[in-house]
Design a protein around this ligand. Structure first.
Ligand code: GLU
Ligand code: ZN
Length: 495
């Protein structure tokens, strides 16, 4: 058996931001190539000049820089198949189209846009159901077509699809796929009138010239594959192997789209997902690796990946699961690392108090799914929080007067806890015991004692851990907050 080294590629068209589906294709190609000691190529398919925008190319580079995995050859790195940008490869496609013309596998078409438009309209009014080109110019004798071209008549080059036969290919996941040639897009354009190739020609020519052995791409390209197979056969080239990846759906079973939430990597990045978490989650979209395990580093994925681990069934993009992953990766960071990652999200907050900021990370680490949640969660440590109405301080079934008494009990307790100089762990144990002791002594429930104190310190009934917050704030600030709340509550009592 011939053992072929894997060469595969990610071939995006820079007509939009990088999204989950594209990254999944790139990642699976990367994992497949790396797992096989092969080569992963990036090729820019920018033949659609009307939708091209250099900002999308920049976004592509930025996205993968951030995600942390790379191609081995590409527009930025070069390689022996350079250039890797289709708009710089026009000569290759023109030569290839000429080759097919010479072989009689392609022909010139002189149909005007107007004729094609009329054709569409006629078919529509006749409800014929026929679509695509009617192979009108296929019958023009070669010499007369060539003289018309020489005379400067506008033309395109079309593929001459062999009729009366079938085309088949093997898809790794879907098995043998066979199409009647009559059902393939009828004689599609290969070279446009401006001399630029269409996607189909450029894609096939480049996969051939770049020595691509395996095409792993999204299932939406499956309908193009019979046509691509015919183009390979017309050239007499061996086609690469194909594997069309399972679709990525939203939770409603429809193709993942904006309706479901963020889909561009940029958006996830802005919300504060970590690249490791996103890569890990995307690697699970349509593949399963080890029974009962779904947290993997990129290196682990490389060593585990194989095409046999792909699933046939569509993958479901589960935003909740991604959040869970992200939380996991966030908690694995040290406070210092997390602070650094959180910094861009908290610009207005921290001023120069970096130690407080790092300390705050320990308090919220367990409670967040992504980084942009951080500023709102820790703001109370940096600025006095706005206080709620008196009732916002009340423990369940407790009124104003009792709440004032509870907060007065809480005040010296807060002092004691702020002064505790033990290690974090010991301080937590000490604080719990001390709070329980004070509550027991006063004959009140521990929860009731804590509630008004928590609201006074953090401004909210639900907050990051209170004891840790007290230690971070320090006695002076903590007592000032308690005092302020007491004054307000007492005023309400008198008023
Ligand atoms: N340029 C196509 C795209 O935008 C590439 C399809 C393929 O991988 O063959 O996805
Ligand atoms: Zn024509």
């Amino acid at each position: 058996m011939k053992i072929m080294k894997i060469r595969n590629r990610y071939a995006p068209s820079p007509t939009g931001l990088q999204h989950i589906g594209g990254v999944r294709t790139a990642l699976f190609n990367y994992l497949f190539a790396k797992s096989q000691g092969g080569t992963f190529v990036l090729r820019l398919e920018d033949t659609d000049r009307t939708r091209f925008d250099p900002a999308f190319v920049q976004n592509l580079f930025d996205t993968f820089q951030w995600l942390g995995f790379r191609w081995d050859e590409g527009p930025d790195l070069g390689g022996y198949c350079a250039p890797y940008i289709q708009s710089e490869r026009t000569a290759f496609y023109q030569k290839a189209a000429q080759e097919l013309l010479d072989k009689g596998k392609a022909y010139y078409c002189f149909c005007s846009a107007e004729r094609l438009e009329n054709l569409r309209n006629e078919r529509e009014s006749a409800h014929s159901g026929e679509t695509g080109y009617d192979r009108h110019c296929r019958a023009i004798p070669k010499d007369s077509a060539e003289s018309r071209v020489k005379a400067g008549e506008p033309h395109v080059v079309r593929l001459k699809i062999p009729l009366g036969q079938c085309t088949h290919f093997h898809d790794h996941l879907l098995g043998r796929i066979e199409w009647k040639n009559e059902d393939v897009n009828p004689d599609p354009i290969l070279l446009k009138s401006d001399g630029f190739p269409t996607y189909h020609l450029a894609n096939v020519v480049d996969d051939h010239l770049m020595g691509i052995t395996y095409v792993l791409r999204a299932q939406e390209w499956l309908p193009s594959t019979p046509l691509h197979t015919i183009i390979y056969e017309s050239f007499g080239w061996e086609p690469p192997k194909f594997c069309h990846l399972p679709m990525v759906m939203g939770s409603d079973g429809k193709k993942l789209s904006k309706r479901h939430g963020a889909t561009s990597v940029d958006e996830f990045r802005r919300q504060g997902y970590l690249p490791e978490a996103l890569v890990n989650y995307i690697a699970l979209l349509g593949a399963s690796y080890e029974e009962g395990k779904d947290v993997y580093t990129l290196e682990e994925l490389v060593s585990l990946f194989s095409l046999d681990k792909l699933n046939k069934a569509p993958a479901v993009f589960d935003y909740k699961k991604l959040d869970w992953f992200n939380g996991l990766y966030i908690r694995a960071k040290s406070n210092e690392e997390l602070a650094e990652l959180a910094l861009p999200y908290c610009a207005g907050l921290i001023k120069e108090n970096m130690p407080l900021f790092i300390g705050a990370m320990a308090l919220i680490k367990e409670r967040i799914s992504f980084l942009s949640e951080i500023p709102a969660k820790i703001a109370y440590l940096f600025e006095e929080p706005p206080l709620p109405e008196p009732s916002g301080f009340f423990p369940k079934k407790v009124g104003l007067a009792e709440t004032v008494r509870l907060l007065e009990l809480g005040k010296p307790l807060a002092s004691t806890l702020c002064r505790c100089r033990k290690s974090e762990e010991e301080a937590e144990v000490f604080s719990k015991e001390e709070a329980a002791r004070v509550a027991a002594l006063a004959g009140v429930k521990l929860g009731d004692l804590m509630m008004p104190l928590r609201v006074a310190i953090t401004g909210a009934r639900m907050s990051p851990p209170l004891f840790g917050s007290l230690r971070l704030l320090g006695e002076e600030k903590a007592l000032a907050r308690v005092e302020k709340s007491l004054t307000m509550l007492k005023a309400a009592l008198c008023g």
